[in-house]
Design a protein around this ligand. Structure first.
Ligand code: DAH
Length: 342
């Protein structure tokens, strides 16, 4: 080979190298270009160097210098190209590290559940156990056995959701009193939480389905003083010390009947719009179990007496959390629930 031919071959390699390097679009392609050009065994440059000895001895120095120059040029081409290639993400899902982390929701119990469980635990300390009954009830358990007179307005289609002529969705948890007395010998002390249904419009203080808690105590020789002492103890435990009062009332299944009020939890008795300026809020209905109810359940009304009460945990949750609207408890709005759940 002559020096002339050799120099031409060097410049051909220079041109080839710059085309090859700029055609590489990924780091892997650039790596194979490097091998093809500079690879020790079969690279273009080493092929050129192998032909150096075939040159006349006087020309080898110049030829060697030309080879070294093209080697430096190729290395620069490779380095520049590597710097301008955007690395391609490995296959699989792309991870965007600049994305804000997803918010971590903390789960919690619903305020009505919190209230029910707290009421249960206060009565459990007093020896009450939990009793449950069906939500689809017969007219007899829901009304007749509880001493509702025939054609009582509460039985009207406007208040009660009937599933058939005889079967309805219970309008209160009081039928659990009858079912318990039918199957349990006194002494009885039960608490019956559960859902009840009424044909009410959904407004700030009414829901068509809501929860109730029924209580019943039956034994020999118990009276109104036991009712009053137990329910007063409960109110003080639940509200952390509060004034209470009993007002005469009427329910078909109790005689005498009374409603219990606690001091308004918002104004503490001085009068505000929530308590309609009375300073009091009603939390439950109660009374001595009517003898007709004991008899309907098959108990000896001469031997046993009983007292009962019924309350609405959602109403009590409204007092505890000072809520203006009962629908807040049913809307499942996370912004509200996150403030009151625990
Ligand atoms: N069942 C009544 C209602 O739904 C509440 C009630 C009042 C239950 C007095 C009782 C009671 O056990 O003694 O409105």
């Amino acid at each position: 080979m002559t020096l002339d031919e050799f120099v031409k071959a060097v410049s051909a390699l220079d041109t080839h190298a710059s085309a090859l390097v700029s055609a590489a679009t990924t780091p892997a392609e650039l790596e194979s270009a490097r091998n093809a050009l500079l690879g020790r065994k079969n690279g273009d440059l080493s092929a050129l160097m192998k032909s150096l000895p075939s040159l006349p001895a006087d020309d080898r120095r110049e030829a060697g210098a030309a080879v070294n120059r093209v080697k430096t040029t190729i290395e620069e081409l490779l380095a520049n190209r590597a710097g301008s290639l955007v690395p391609v993400a490995p296959s699989g899902p792309r991870i965007d590290l600049t994305m804000p982390a997803r918010e971590n929701w903390k789960g919690g119990r619903h305020p009505v559940t919190v209230v029910i469980e707290e009421i249960e635990s206060i009565f459990r300390e007093l020896g009450f156990t939990i009793a449950l009954g069906p939500e689809a009830e017969t007219e007899w358990y829901n009304f007749t056995s509880l001493n509702f007179p025939e054609n009582h307005p509460a039985m009207d289609m406007h208040d009660t959701l009937y599933l058939s002529d005889e079967v309805l969705l219970r309008t209160h948890t009081s039928p659990v009193q009858i079912r318990t007395m039918q199957t349990t010998k006194p002494p009885i002390r039960i608490l019956a939480p559960g859902n009840v249904y009424r044909r009410d419009f959904f407004d700030a203080s009414h829901a068509p389905m809501f929860s109730q808690i029924e209580g019943l105590a039956v034994d020999e020789g118990i009276g109104f003083v036991d009712l009053k002492a137990t329910l007063t103890h409960f109110a003080n435990r639940f509200f952390g010390g509060t004034k209470t009062r009993f007002r005469p009332s009427y329910f078909p299944f109790t005689e005498p009947s009374a409603e219990m009020d606690v001091e308004c939890q918002i104004c503490h008795g001085s009068g505000c719009s929530s308590c309609k300026n009375t300073g009091w809020m009603e939390i439950l209905g109660s009374g001595m179990v009517h003898p007709n109810v004991l008899i309907a359940a098959g108990l000896d009304a001469e031997r046993y007496t009983g007292w009962a009460f019924g309350m609405g945990p959602a109403r009590i949750a409204m007092l505890r959390y000072k809520l203006p609207d009962i629908r807040l408890l049913y809307d499942s709005d996370m912004r509200f629930l996150a403030q009151v759940s625990s």
